[in-house]
Design a protein around this ligand. Structure first.
Ligand code: HEC
Length: 488
């Protein structure tokens, strides 16, 4: 034992006691300890709202499902030894949570097939300081959550998006490092996001703001992408063929696809071989069907004061062809393409002359006095000027916790929080489109409820669907009915 360990083991019991004394009167919270060989899930079962579960170094081969509110899962890292959730490429998910007020930190998560940490409609979450390697389709994936923090995580080797904020509101994504993924950080069909201080390097695409058509939430707006370092995102695209991110050209620093009111400010964007920033509409992904309820074009995008150099050295073919129309073979720092280029989109760029651009002809100068704030519409902000005085997009008070009841209302939450992560109405995502499922099952909700508890392999060109047996039988039936009743 080094003197340091002795000191720490000597202090530890006092620290723990101190903690209990401080917490007990406030919340009656208990601390549960999990050691190598124990089950984290067993500890979650024993825990009550407000409890903390401390997990010591060791290898934990399990899927942890947290459906209670206010649970903290906290890894204890000792001299570089982490508690390691290991999926052996056999298990689908490492941590799934549907409870509100969930917090998870200091875990190493490796070799799962689906997700490292997936939120299923839980609000007020915090996901910090985790180290995630090759966990399949997504790394950190809160779906349909309100008010959350994703901070100081390191993620690599993810087939789709490493950090995937899907159908969420009021989220901060700060100081994460993402590399060797297809998409580094993706804000999709989400509103009120701050993506700040992250390092996205050696992905296929670094940072993305998307509207995916066919999802229950139809908009994506109010995102600030600020002070990130987005470099060398040139990894060949290794996404599952047919998925939306499989259409991202290698060499893309950032892409805004149909997202509105996006401000890209004070980033360093360099060494991305296709383009630094691409702003485009949904038909950029040419094989994607539209959605009558979502606007395919990006509106009011502001690109302000970014340092950009050395981008576009070896552009993807489509972009190369476009650049040739400008007699250049080098990709641009900034490109507005398809519906993004027109003046009525209201987009602007500052220091335009500093960059190599494509399609920005009708964009105004963000710093010109004629750029005034658009009137706020609903919860859309008025955007004009720098965002430097905005420090967070999280809520000042926790969001109302979601309560999931076993009825049609609850089924909608479960559908949006779970199923919509892989199924859209009319396009192929990870799973087949709902349209196709409806054609197959007609009105037989019972058959779907049975299938999703223990899915078997059906289609050769799709992965097997992960079992949803953590959802009660009654709820499975409700959600099956909900799916069959969808019309868009
Ligand atoms: C992690 C991704 C994922 C999630 C989450 C998911 N699915 Fe699936 N689903 C799939 C995939 C992949 C398939 C195709 C499987 C195959 O063909 O072998 C599929 C297929 C299906 C099918 C068709 C089965 C058949 O007989 O062909 C139904 C029905 C279905 N899912 C319902 C649901 C419902 C309801 C939910 C939510 C409770 C859900 N899925 C959540 C990925 C997912």
């Amino acid at each position: 034992m080094t003197p340091n360990t002795i000191l720490r083991s000597a202090l530890f019991p006092f620290w723990l006691t101190g903690c209990l004394v401080v917490l007990a009167p406030l919340s009656h919270a208990a601390i549960h300890e999990v050691r190598d060989g124990d089950s984290i899930q067993a500890s979650v079962k024993a825990a009550a709202a407000g409890d903390t579960i401390l997990v010591y170094p060791g290898t934990y081969r399990e899927t942890v499902y947290v459906d209670k509110d206010d649970i903290t899962l906290k890894g204890v890292v000792e001299e570089g030894e982490w508690p390691n959730l290991e999926g052996d490429k056999q298990l689908n998910d490492a941590i799934l949570y549907s409870g509100n007020g969930f917090s998870v930190e200091w875990f190493k998560i490796t070799n799962y097939k689906g997700n490292a940490i997936m939120g299923q409609a839980g609000n007020n979450f915090s996901i910090r300081n985790n180290w995630i390697i090759d966990t399949g389709v997504y790394g950190i994936f809160p779906e349909f959550g309100e008010n959350g923090l994703i901070e100081n995580n390191v993620l690599s080797g993810i087939e789709d998006a490493a950090i995937y904020v899907g159908m969420c509101d009021h989220i901060d994504v700060r100081n994460n490092r993402v590399f060797d993924n297809v998409a580094g950080i993706e804000i999709e069909n989400s509103r009120h996001a701050l993506v700040e201080g992250n390092i996205a390097h050696n992905n296929t695409g670094g940072i993305l703001v998307f509207i995916t058509p066919g999802l229950p939430i139809k908009t994506s707006y109010d995102a600030i992408i600020r002070r990130n370092t987005v470099i060398d995102n040139n990894t060949p695209n290794f996404a599952i063929p047919g998925s939306l991110v499989s259409t991202i050209p290698a060499g893309t620093g950032m892409i805004v696809l149909a997202g509105d009111d996006v401000i890209i400010e004070d980033n360093i964007i360099s060494g991305n071989n296709t383009a630094g920033i691409i702003v485009t509409s949904q038909d950029f992904a040419t094989d994607v069907a539209g959605d009558p309820d979502s606007d395919p074009n990006p509106d009011r995008v502001q690109i302000r004061d970014n340092v950009m150099y050395d981008n576009g050295n070896d552009p993807a073919t489509d972009v190369k062809v476009l650049m040739l129309t400008q007699l250049s073979t080098t990709g641009p720092d900034i490109m507005a393409y398809k519906g993004a280029a027109e003046a009525e989109r209201g987009s602007c760029v500052s220091r335009k002359g500093a960059y190599r651009t494509f399609g920005l002809g009708d964009w105004t100068d963000c710093d010109s006095p004629t750029v005034t704030a658009a009137d706020a519409v609903g919860d859309k902000p008025t955007l004009a000027g720098t965002t430097r005085d905005i420090s967070t997009k999280m809520l000042p008070e926790p969001a109302t916790p979601r309560v999931i009841t076993v009825d049609a209302d609850g089924a909608k939450l479960v559908y949006q929080g779970i199923c919509a992560g892989c199924h859209t109405y009319n396009i192929r995502m990870i799973g087949p489109p709902v349209m196709a499922i409806k054609a197959q099952y007609g009105s037989d909700a019972t058959a779907i409820a049975e299938y999703i508890a223990a899915p078997e392999k059906k289609r050769p060109d799709f992965p097997t669907m992960p079992p949803q047996d953590h959802i009660s039988e009654a709820m499975r039936l409700e959600v099956a009915k909900y799916m069959l009743a969808l019309t868009k």
